[in-house]
Ligand binder design. Sequence first.
Ligand code: GTP
Ligand code: MG
Length: 304
Amino acid sequence: MEENKTFRAGFVALVGRPNVGKSTLLNRLLGTKLSIVSPRPQTTRMRILGVLHDKDAQIIFLDTPGIQKGKDILTKTVVESAVSSMEEADVIAMVIEADKGWTKEDELLLENYIKKLNKPTILIINKIDKVQKEQLLPLIEESANKYPFAEIVPVSATKGANLDRLVEVLKKYLPESPPLFPEDQITDLPLKFYIAEIIREKIFNNTQKEIPYSVAVEVESIKEGDKNKNLLIIDAVIYVEKENHKGIIIGKKGQMLKKIGQQAREELEFLLGKKVHLNLWVKVREKWKQDIRLLKLLGYQYIS
Ligand SMILES: Nc1nc2c(ncn2[C@@H]2O[C@H](COP(=O)(O)OP(=O)(O)OP(=O)(O)O)[C@@H](O)[C@H]2O)c(=O)[nH]1
Ligand SMILES: [Mg+2]
């Protein structure tokens, strides 16, 4: 029998309400930390592209910010980037949570966006490690009645369960096409935004209440060490909305900033395979969420 040499390549938009595990899933599928993750909703703020290279296919995932409501320019920008990713995609992969089932926000995403786009849509039921098998069947049935999903795939992103099957399913719906990215490229994210995201993740995971949402990070410069090419010297600014937030980020005797800096540095050294000197500054910029120029600088670029 002749070998089937069909190669497939295309875009898959990972969409869903905040906190369902889209970024965790992307990282697990790619086997690397690309998109930042936190236990809080609204962690991802920009579209993160990640390429899965396989023998017979190239799946280009677009991890998107969770669809949410809000009036400030940041929130609108963030939602717009998720919507434009869905529009660009060949396949939509909508993610819901096994333990929560269909929520109002999931319904709205389906009604207001997905149904209108009318593209092959895979439903991913994530976090199956949190439920009993018996709970899953009724949820699958309920989902099938809501919309003609091309397929419904239960997975656990953290445990890596059923991800091989998910990849096989996604491939089926990609167009025949030669590879769209070179073999060694897994993302289009510029290094300075990647570094800023890692720093922001440490802030998300070390602070409480409104603080994570008050923060934006701008990497101002990345330089190689004069004598040591294996050293990166990184200068970054943490913007906060209020003076008292600045105090919280810095912490007593600078302890909090030190902790954030240390965790970010350690992870960056691991991810980039270089030694890192990380210099962090904290600045108050009251209306950064409304400052279009700054939002662009920060990489939140989908502004109409
Ligand atoms: N138990 C369990 N937890 C998971 C799973 N996948 C993700 N999580 C957790 O869910 C939380 C949110 O994960 P994220 O990947 O940041 O979720 P997200 O959908 O990208 O969220 P936004 O970026 O805010 O839209 C984190 O605490 C993850 O560890 C899973 O399969 N099982
Ligand atoms: Mg995310």
